[in-house]
Design a protein around this ligand. Structure first.
Ligand code: ATP
Length: 395
């Protein structure tokens, strides 16, 4: 990767071999307008020594250095250390970038990191947007570059040792590192060429799939819902999962899927593919994703809470404010002449056999008219206890 000498770069340097090699690489490339950023987590007993390595290197090479000393009681840390540490690190990089008007960040990931990531991706079998590690990515205002992605770890260590450049050794073995170390031990750098070919091939394939997903979503998204059609039903599960994920992204509900394995997506995709039912539902946190004839929809679980309220006077209107069609119901009762009492309910199982629409039993009417399930789930109906006929229009 060729870096632009005229640009300004933040460099994340842990003191480990990769980032120390990165500094040497930048020296060779004559990238001079840089700020080195080091985060001392005080997590390992050697962490002050790591900082010293970075400080000494920067002093000798006349590089600007910013250090963040993290003050954290690790016994009280609830989240996973690696992801927490990453967030602390990126926030620091962003802060320094903003203060100094920089917009580029360089990190020291190498080829081995990318291959390990790829193998972990295959083991987890999650939906990924890219196989391996990306050379360039975006983090808020920062363009993130990883110029060492084609350099093997062994080359890095050989160079540092031959040139007597000091580096820190990280021997922590938490969950994420443990999995990586296991993979690392099973890898042989002689196989890397083949694996890189596989990664490139898979990324090309992925690109093609994502283009198809994109055009499917563009022509089938309808407000908040997604049209399900024959094409989708006969597609591969992977494609269906990607479409659902993309749909959730567009309607800003993808947070429901983050931090999950793709189990939920897989479950939804299987239902789309295998079930011909007009209606099914899957609950995720506070939301329900459900099939409604030929559409996929999502609603907040609260809307589905079954409630039945008796209205004896106008005073009681305040008891039904939570129904999404509250205004409609009040309007209907007023037009009916306020002949109390009325019952307002969204409990379909309760009212489907007790009430009528015109002269038809309500459940018959719903089936004949293919009333969509969203209305069944979210909207309330109103009827008078005199004749149990539903007064509001149901579409
Ligand atoms: N303590 C640190 N201070 C400054 N930079 C760091 C620190 N730790 C890591 N980095 C930077 O991040 C790169 C990747 O480090 P590592 O592989 O440990 O992180 P990761 O969590 O896998 O990656 P990422 O930060 O991109 O999500 C390092 O090569 C270095 O550039």
């Amino acid at each position: 990767m060729k870096l632009d000498k005229n640009k300004k770069y933040i460099i994340g340097v842990s003191g480990g071999p990769d980032s120390m090699y990165l500094l040497e690489f930048l020296k060779k490339e004559q990238i001079k307008n840089v700020i080195v950023c080091h985060v001392n987590y005080h997590y390992r007993k050697e962490s002050n020594y790591d900082q010293k390595i970075v400080e000494d290197y920067c002093a000798i090479n006349d590089l600007k250095l910013k250090v963040l000393n993290v003050d954290q009681d690790y016994k009280k840390l609830n989240s996973n250390f690696e992801s927490w540490a990453r967030e602390v690190r990126y926030n620091f990089f962003l802060k320094i970038a903003k203060e100094n008007n920089f917009e580029n960040l360089l990190l020291g990931h190498n080829l081995n990191d990318s291959i390990e990531t790829f193998i972990m991706q295959k083991q987890r079998n999650n939906l990924v947007s890219f196989f391996g590690i990306k050379k360039i990515s975006k983090n808020k205002i920062l363009d993130v570059y990883r110029p060492l992605l084609n350099v093997k770890k062994s080359e890095i260590l050989k160079f540092l040792n031959e040139n007597k450049i000091k580096y820190a050794l990280d021997d922590t073995n938490n969950d994420e590192k443990y999995k990586r170390n296991k993979i690392r031990k099973s890898l042989n750098e002689n196989d890397f060429e083949l694996i890189v070919n596989e990664i490139n091939f898979k990324n090309l394939e992925l690109n093609k799939i994502m283009n198809k997903v994109d055009s499917f979503i563009k022509s089938n998204i309808d407000k908040e819902s997604l049209n399900l059609n024959q094409n989708l039903q006969t597609s591969e599960l992977d494609f269906i999962q990607r479409c659902i994920f993309e749909w959730l992204k567009r309607i800003k509900k993808d947070f429901l899927i983050y931090n999950r394995s793709n189990k939920t997506l897989n479950e939804i995709a299987k239902k789309i593919k295998l079930s011909n039912k007009a209606f099914w539902e899957i609950q995720i946190e506070n939301f329900i994703i459900f099939k409604d004839y030929n559409k996929l929809k999502i609603i907040n679980k609260n809307l589905k809470t079954k409630k039945t309220v008796k209205i004896n006077s106008e005073e009681d209107f305040k008891k039904i404010i939570f129904f999404i069609n509250y205004k409609e119901i009040v309007g209907v009762i007023k037009r009916d002449g306020l002949l109390f009492p009325y019952v307002v309910t969204n409990d379909y199982n309760y009212y489907k056999t007790r009430t009528k629409v015109g002269n038809k039993k309500t459940n018959r009417f719903f089936i004949d008219k293919k009333i969509n399930n969203y209305n069944r789930i979210a909207k309330a109906v109103v009827f008078s206890t005199k004749d149990y006929k539903i007064l509001n229009k149901i579409k």
